[in-house]
Design a protein. Structure first.
Length: 222
């Protein structure tokens, strides 16, 4: 199994080092760096090349939203997830709007955290179970005719598949179109929505209610 490289950003040293030890015991996870503030997280996301950054919402130096946006801009291959005590809806939506692909609560089981890190590393959006209800209630469901910003029916289909963690190749196979056509659609989607990347497009789809199935961290295998 390929390891997921993780960077931890949390101003509480005792928590951060304890979590690092726990994660290092998992053979599928490698902790490549620890830091206490947002500026370090931004720098090390480029230098250490982690797959996933786990960041507290109350990170010091610069806010978690700014740090997330900067990491997405300067290190687009790195996934950012909040690991926090905050169940506040505004913190949740602020993180997703900034491009975070995960919002995890610190009181979760270690096994669920490991599973979540793996999913986030693969590009999926993961939200802790207690927050899924808040996220769904916040969303205004829309019909295809009511979709904002002039998205076509095909573009909506692609957004739904994007939130499911599908690559361009997988989206192309599902919709029976070429991979290049998917790339063109993605470029058009980002242009219409005035977004910078796939993470922000996925966040838009969740907020607008285009997707009703959201990954939580306590799914039962079967």
């Amino acid at each position: 199994m390929e390891q997921v490289k993780v960077l931890l950003a949390d101003k509480k040293e005792i928590f951060r080092e304890g979590l690092a030890r726990l994660l290092q015991e998992q053979e599928q996870i490698e902790v490549v760096f620890q830091c206490s503030n947002g500026k370090e997280a931004i720098k090390e996301a480029g230098d250490s090349e982690p797959d996933v950054v786990l960041m507290d919402t109350n990170i010091s130096d610069c806010g978690s939203k700014e740090a997330t946006e900067q990491i997405n801009k300067s290190s687009p291959g790195v996934k950012v997830a909040m690991l926090t005590d905050s169940e506040d809806e505004e913190d949740l939506f602020s993180a997703i709007e900034a491009g975070a692909t995960g919002y995890l609560l610190k009181d979760m089981e270690v096994g669920d955290l490991v599973k979540s890190i793996d999913l986030i590393g693969k590009g999926e959006i993961v939200v802790s179970l207690p927050l899924v209800g808040k996220l769904v209630r916040k969303v205004t469901l829309k019909t295809k005719a009511e979709v904002k910003d002039g998205l076509s029916e095909r573009e909506v289909e692609i957004l739904k598949l994007l939130v499911g963690g599908n690559t361009n190749k997988e989206i192309a196979g599902t919709l029976f179109i070429t991979e290049n056509t998917v790339k063109v659609h993605m470029k058009n989607i980002l242009g219409k929505l005035q977004l910078r990347n796939r993470q922000q497009a996925a966040a838009y789809a969740v907020k607008q209610g285009l997707v009703t199935e959201i990954r939580d961290t306590e799914e039962k295998s079967g």
